[in-house]
Design a protein around this ligand. Structure first.
Ligand SMILES: [Zn+2]
Length: 311
């Protein structure tokens, strides 16, 4: 268990699917292969014995006084996928989700930061012989430019590598009338807003969570690995627009440094969250230990406080 983040009246709970996915640097960062520099070449960020980057795969549950919001949906179990590590996964993620004390119907909103295969899977589960929405009472927020891109010829071409994961993970949600296409800067409530972050994909977003005590920017895939803190211009092989991705990354890191806001990237190894400060041509990173709480999240109003059906 990787604990949770305490923002005062808002909690952010990582729900981990795979804590340690090993990735060949050459596959992910073709312009920056080999061993990362400095501390990014050490555990928990890098496995020196295997010469592999360490990625975590996780979703985040945001519990506010009035909403339960799931940010991103990982790979999902039991789905046919081209990447061997993702194919017909049996991760135990669903058990870890329900161990938070929430049921699927307690989730009021699912935010899909972007439509890559490792961010959409748990939007559906296999039931009665078909893929059906896993969070049937939730609106599923996605930016309009993101949805339009993946439904275009360019998006379809990009999916030939992976197979059409939108067919089993997004179209059933759309068919059920649960998809809510929003502008990239939509306010989702008093504590949560989207922040446009185009580049990795055209409609990619970050999610800014504001509690009574602190703010946390869920940076999604603006950056994947700490080597991009030291070298913010390095984009991934999977960035649709690598140049724009790099500009978005630097702009975001500068804003985080200027404001002292902590960030929580989707793929950083646990405990994942930290603050950045300018360092050389990039940024240094310090874990946000002041926000991290070890162990299991228990709502402050008692074990059922977050489960009331007040809609
Ligand atoms: Zn990702």
């Amino acid at each position: 268990m990787s604990g949770w983040f305490d923002l005062g009246d808002v909690a952010v709970i990582p729900v981990v699917e795979t804590p340690r996915l090993l990735i060949d640097p050459e596959e992910f960062f073709p312009e920056r292969p080999g061993v990362p520099s400095g501390w990014a070449a050490e555990e928990p960020w890098y496995a020196p014995g295997q010469g592999r980057l360490v990625f975590a795969m996780q979703a985040f549950l945001v519990v506010t006084p009035d909403e339960r919001i799931l940010v991103d949906a990982c790979v999902g179990d039991g789905k046919r996928r081209a990447r061997p590590e993702f194919d017909r996964l049996d991760s135990g993620w669903w058990q870890r989700f329900t161990a938070t004390g929430l049921a699927a119907d307690d989730v009021s909103t699912v935010v899909l930061s972007h439509l890559h295969v490792d961010h959409v899977g748990w939007a559906t589960r296999w039931s009665d012989g078909r893929w059906t929405p896993a969070f049937a009472k939730a609106r599923h927020v996605l930016t309009a430019p993101e949805y339009e891109y993946w439904r275009s010829a360019a998006g379809a071409a990009a999916m030939t590598r992976t197979g059409d994961y939108l067919a089993d993970s997004i179209e059933p949600v759309a068919d059920a009338g649960l998809l809510d296409l929003t502008p990239p800067d939509a306010e989702l409530g008093p504590h949560v807003r989207l922040c446009p972050a185009p580049g990795h994909t055209p409609g990619n977003t970050a999610v800014l969570v504001t509690g009574s005590r602190a703010r946390l920017l869920l940076t999604g895939d603006i950056l994947h690995h700490p080597l991009q803190l030291m070298e913010p211009d390095v984009s991934t092989r999977y960035c649709v627009d690598p140049g724009l991705s790099a500009r978005t990354r630097r702009r975001t890191l500068e804003w985080l440094a200027d404001t002292g806001t902590a960030m929580l990237p989707a793929h950083f190894a646990a405990p994942s969250a930290g603050r950045v400060t300018p360092h050389g041509s990039g940024f240094a990173f310090a874990p946000a230990a002041d926000l991290h709480r070890p162990g299991r999240y228990v709502p402050s109003g008692g074990p059922h406080a977050a489960q009331g059906s007040d809609d």
